[in-house]
Design a binder for this molecule. Structure first.
Ligand SMILES: [Ca+2]
Ligand SMILES: [Ca+2]
Ligand SMILES: [Ca+2]
Length: 497
């Protein structure tokens, strides 16, 4: 069962440029493997949500007033007033919002609602804007009637801000609590995150919203039922500042269950012939320090909508993974989320967006030999970090990309390449650095494993290129191709110093 939601209004879209930088968009690019910046497991958080803050005995105006609880922030830790404890939690207005003052380290905001088993909820916390580092860095948790923590979000992944957004399905009928605090308060509770100074925030305001699928905003788009109807459509908006990011989510309760979405990138995302479009997916944390899902997301795959059985890229996604597939703009693609035969995710939440590739190889046929290497596309003389997105699409393909060197220098080079870890079907990627005569530079050869699915980034550092070399040629080949994944893409970065 699948659904999708627009994320564009959850955070300011201008910040999306930061998110896109994760995937190496732009000429400095190449950082395809950068998606794990927020991926570390939070299993050491050790939060007991029912600690000291339970003690408030102040007036509990927990009617459905959608205005705020304006807590008296100057009374010892700022925990007085409605919405400052479980007992005084403000009842959620599903169409309104709730404002809190979380200036003081130790202060927390509490909102409560009644929920049903299997109900989807979106929980959002926005700090009032202000000068940098002056506003609250929210951390949001969801708790059951016994105050046990079920789910948590600090920052979005990809990280384009520090406001919290949690998308989850409720596990049972009952009373729930949303708790929001500043990062430093979370750290005091035993939570594991990195917080920026100051401890008390000059801009104190935080707005909390509780939303469900039936309360529409911030623009939820429910798809047709998973049985019967066609794939759910996902569309992207192109804005002045960049591109939209969306959020796919769905229940995944059956072994082998497949949810299908269809999407088409706006024509403007690609810059032919230099750059293609790309679809990018970000695996969300699961468990009680993530979205609350019992298991990982499942396998995400992309296929041309006119040939839906030919997989162009796929990844069995774990939290923190980044799945990247180059695609053509203005053409329809299927996105599938498939549960394994054994365990299932329960539900999944998956941020995704569109991107454009680094500059792509320009002459695949001619670049087969070192003597006819193509210059790194989009490169210029004297450039020290060179990137390329390319394909090993034909049997025995070899690619050669040349960087021009100043022969009077000795260079130190490093190579980083990605294939399987991004969801490509390329297996056994092999990379070597050659000089202008096609002779291998000592210590430059490096291999990625041949097993299907994920392997890490391929890396080789501290390669010495002696004086006298007029060119460094990156040679790329592969041992094979996965039988169930036609994705032949890879991306490489050569850095010189
Ligand atoms: Ca945060
Ligand atoms: Ca080639
Ligand atoms: Ca090629």
């Amino acid at each position: 069962m699948r659904t999708m939601m627009r994320w564009g209004q959850i955070a300011s879209i201008g910040a999306l440029a930061v998110a896109l930088a994760l995937t190496g968009c732009g000429s400095e690019g190449g950082g395809g493997g950068g998606g794990d910046s927020d991926a570390s497991s939070a299993s050491d958080g050790g939060n007991d949500g029912s600690s000291s803050s339970d003690s408030s005995s102040d007036s509990s105006s927990d009617s459905s007033s959608d205005s705020s609880s304006d807590s008296g922030s100057d009374s010892g830790g700022g925990q007085a007033g409605a919405g400052s404890s479980y007992e005084t939690a403000v009842t959620a207005d599903w169409k309104g919002e709730h404002k809190f003052d979380l200036a003081k380290r130790g202060s927390k905001a509490f909102v409560t609602f009644e929920g049903k088993k299997g109900q989807f909820v979106a929980l959002l916390a926005f700090a009032d804007e202000g000068d940098e580092h002056q506003f609250v860095d929210t951390v949001l948790t969801l708790h059951d009637a016994d105050h046990k923590q079920l789910a948590m979000n600090d920052d979005p992944f990809p990280k384009f801000g520090q406001d919290s957004a949690l998308f989850t399905y409720l596990p049972a009928d009952g009373t729930y609590y949303v708790v929001v605090r500043d990062c430093w308060t979370w750290q005091d509770e035993g939570g594991s995150v990195q917080c920026g100074l100051p401890h008390d925030k000059p801009v104190p305001g935080v707005t909390v919203r509780v939303r469900g699928e039936d309360s529409k905003p911030p623009t939820f788009i429910s798809d047709a039922p998973s049985q019967g109807g066609g794939p759910a459509e996902v569309s992207y908006a192109q804005t002045d500042n960049g591109f939209d990011i969306d959020f796919l989510y769905g229940k995944a309760e059956q072994a082998g269950e497949v949810d299908t979405f269809v999407t088409k990138l706006p024509a403007g995302v690609a810059q032919p012939p230099l750059r293609r479009g790309a679809l990018v997916f970000f695996g969300q944390k699961t468990g009680s320090f993530g979205n609350g899902a019992p298991g990982p997301i499942g396998t995400v795959s992309v296929a041309d909508a006119t040939a839906p059985d030919v997989v162009l890229g796929k990844l069995a996604m774990q939290p923190g993974d980044l799945f990247y597939v180059p695609v053509d703009a203005d053409k329809s693609y299927h996105i599938k989320v498939t549960q394994p035969a054994g365990s299932v995710a329960g539900f999944y939440t998956l941020a995704h967006g569109l991107d454009r590739t680094n500059a792509v190889e320009q002459d695949d046929a001619a670049n087969d030999s070192a003597a006819t290497a193509e210059a790194f596309p989009d490169s210029f003389e004297g450039q020290l970090v060179l990137s390329v997105d390319a394909e090993l699409g034909k049997a025995g393909d070899k690619d050669h990309f040349k960087a021009t060197l100043d022969a009077s220098y000795e260079y130190t080079a490093s190579i980083t390449c990605w294939a399987g870890s991004l969801g490509s079907g390329v297996q056994g990627l092999h990379v070597e650095l050659l000089d202008q005569d096609g002779k291998a530079i000592a210590g430059s050869a490096t291999d990625e494993g041949t097993e299907p699915g994920k392997t890490g980034a391929l890396q080789r550092e501290n390669i010495t290129i002696p004086k006298g070399a007029t060119a460094a040629i990156l040679q790329v080949s592969a041992k094979g191709q996965a039988s169930d994944n036609a994705g032949s893409y890879y991306r490489c970065k050569l850095a010189l110093e």
